[in-house]
Write a protein that binds this ligand. Structure first.
Ligand SMILES: [Zn+2]
Length: 151
């Protein structure tokens, strides 16, 4: 390319419809949400870290993990934000609250919606509980949202 050549930039919207396999580990997690309204984590036998959502390999020691742990569905807010605008990649139009929730018995954060609360009601450490959808399909949004614990 010569130095005087113009570089044009054009904007386009790329939409791709696709299917993917959740794999055996995440599939087990999603089926448990759908069929039993239970949130499962997976624990590393070597270093003891419990991951939610689960993954096949420990991010710290790279061991393959197979020890499933059933969690209560309760936890505390690690951080949160309020979203006020719609984006195609977001689970719903704004406004809504997204939080990273460290479930009791887990060592990692699960990012999910917070419902039945306003931003002013929340702080780091607010205790939340999972609320499940009536009709579940094997999707992370089978957990409708987390709400502040009522007890
Ligand atoms: Zn490990």
């Amino acid at each position: 390319m010569k130095q005087n050549d113009a570089i044009l930039i054009s904007s386009q919207v790329l939409q791709v419809s696709y299917n993917y396999s959740a794999g055996p580990v995440v599939s087990k997690f999603l089926v448990s949400l759908r069929d039993q309204k239970k949130i499962l984590g997976i624990k590393c036998d070597k270093c003891g870290i419990v991951y939610v959502p689960p993954r096949a390999t420990c991010g710290k020691c790279f061991s393959e993990m197979k020890q499933w742990v059933e969690l209560s569905g309760r936890g505390r807010i690690e951080t949160f934000t309020s979203v006020h605008y719609p984006e195609p990649v977001q689970p719903r139009g704004g406004p809504f609250i997204l939080a990273v929730i460290k479930l009791d018995g887990s060592d990692t954060g699960l990012t999910h919606l917070v419902g039945e609360a306003e931003e002013k009601d929340l702080t780091i450490g607010t205790k939340l509980e999972a609320v499940f959808q009536e009709n579940r399909t094997g999707h992370i949004l089978d957990i409708k949202y987390f709400r502040p614990c009522r007890d």
